[in-house]
Design a protein around this ligand. Structure first.
Ligand code: UD1
Length: 419
């Protein structure tokens, strides 16, 4: 199993270019199942979850031609696509559930493995199933699979999500594109990745409009041949901003619209960072003394992203004084806490709140990753620790952070991958 050796503390300086967003690419790739004509998707990140989704599409019958740098995929669907998504593919990535909506909408049947829970929480798919049922899908759960079908086309309707869910919003939007008539989705997630999905679908001829958390979709018969470039990864951009704050670093972060991480940048300003933004760039200088923040709370967009919670916790560990972080999205997203304590962090967890007392220094230790974002946080922690830390099980990180160690090397981090 691959691991990182990181020799800290490192001062971060230079510039970094942000790659395409994994969380935007996954629903966009799933939505290509709706197309009869070829689709070209550009700016895909080269990470394992994208390979998994491309393999899933291939297993359903899509022909995929990748560019030499593997960032552009031309996807051509067969006339008769398969509709079976096996456990072996779905178990490695919960995002696989996003093929259910398009398969039902276009092919009117699907057998797809139920994704299991994962370490950060139970993560059920009940909102996906209830919404698709309202659109006309019938389903039963059998032997760990969702057996779903519909009598021909789905029919537009009004759906009010009981809780905001990124995946359920995406699955429903994709399914409604080819449904009969008008669908109105209320209480939608409005993460920028979802707007990227609807920009892509609209470019191909879908009729989707937004007003706040309400999404209106008028069904069309088919989608047009199209090319689309995926948005930049705001979570990786936020991660690099936090890295710059850890040890008075200075970074130019290129290739993304800073507006999509506005809440997080405001937090970093409170921490003491000096930040300048242009249309597609962030210039950030870390503070001399990191200020603590009393009530960081993760929230659905436009709130602070849960996917940046563990990285922000590393920063608060190095702050002057006491901070608190409340995790409002997932019930068990504090697995990184035990590992941070091994470096010297002082963190108490009460239910979904972490109370953090800043410490002057971290001392290197062996660390084990347990989930994607948590493992990124451990790398940040190791960068700010004195001595050589080993971060184990970085296959979690490889699911979603493109070329992470090379980007870090370029900006001054002493990091080595051991195979
Ligand atoms: C997506 C992101 C993930 C991010 C999360 C929240 C992708 C591939 N993943 O995950 O990185 O952390 O949004 O921003 O884009 N829930 C249910 N029933 C459902 C669906 C969700 O109870 O049917 C719960 C979940 O367990 C969780 C909350 O609702 O507690 C929000 O989950 P959701 O927004 O659906 O997250 P994902 O789409 O899985």
């Amino acid at each position: 199993m691959d691991k990182f050796l990181i020799n800290g503390p490192c001062k971060i300086k230079g510039n970094v270019s942000i790659s395409g967003s994994k969380n935007a690419s996954l629903p966009i790739l799933a939505a290509t199942l709706l197309f009869d004509k070829p689709v070209v998707i550009k700016n895909l990140p080269r990470v394992r979850d994208i390979n998994t989704m491309l393999n899933l599409l291939k297993s359903l019958g899509s022909k995929i031609i990748l560019s030499r740098d593997k960032k552009t995929a031309k996807i051509i669907n067969k006339k008769n696509m398969k509709t079976f998504a096996s456990y072996s593919l779905v178990k490695t990535m919960r995002g696989s559930i996003l093929v259910l909506g398009p398969l039902i909408s276009k092919y009117h049947k699907s057998k797809i493995s139920l994704p299991g829970g994962c370490l950060i929480g139970a993560r059920p798919v009940n909102y996906h199933l209830t919404a698709l049922k309202k659109l006309g899908m019938k389903y039963e759960l059998k032997d760990g699979y969702i057996l779903a079908k519909s009598k021909g086309k789905l029919s537009g309707t009004t759906i009010n999500f009981p809780k905001i869910s990124v995946g359920a919003t995406e699955n429903s939007i994709i399914a409604a594109c080819l449904a009969k008539g008008k669908t109105i989705l209320k209480n939608c997630a409005i993460e920028p990745e979802i707007k990227d999905l609807t920009n892509f679908l609209n470019k191909a001829g879908a009729k989707i409009k937004w007003k706040g958390r309400v999404c209106k979709i008028i069904g069309v018969n088919s989608l047009n041949q199209t090319e689309y470039s995926v948005m930049a990864d705001r979570i990786m951009a936020g991660t690099f901003c936090i890295a710059a704050c850890l040890n008075q670093g200075s970074l130019e972060i290129k290739n993304l619209n800073p507006k999509i991480i506005n809440s997080e940048l405001n937090l970093l300003k409170k921490v003491g960072a000096r930040i300048k933004t242009t249309e597609n760039k962030i210039l950030i200088k870390g503070p001399k003394k990191i200020k603590s923040i009393k009530n960081i709370k993760t929230k659905e967009f436009p709130g602070v992203a849960t996917d940046l919670q563990s990285q922000l916790m590393v920063l608060m560990c190095k702050a002057n004084g006491k901070s608190t972080i409340t995790e409002n999205i997932f019930e068990n997203r504090f697995m990184h806490v035990a590992e941070l304590r091994r470096l010297g962090a002082k963190i108490n967890v009460k239910k979904n709140q972490a109370i953090i007392r800043g410490v002057n220094k971290f001392v290197a230790a062996p660390l084990i990753s347990s989930d994607l974002r948590g493992s990124i946080a451990l790398v940040l922690a190791a960068i700010s620790a004195e001595g050589t830390s080993r971060v184990d099980r970085i296959y979690h990180l490889d699911r979603g952070a493109e070329n992470f160690e090379n980007k870090l090397k370029k900006i001054g981090v002493k990091i080595k991958r051991l195979k």
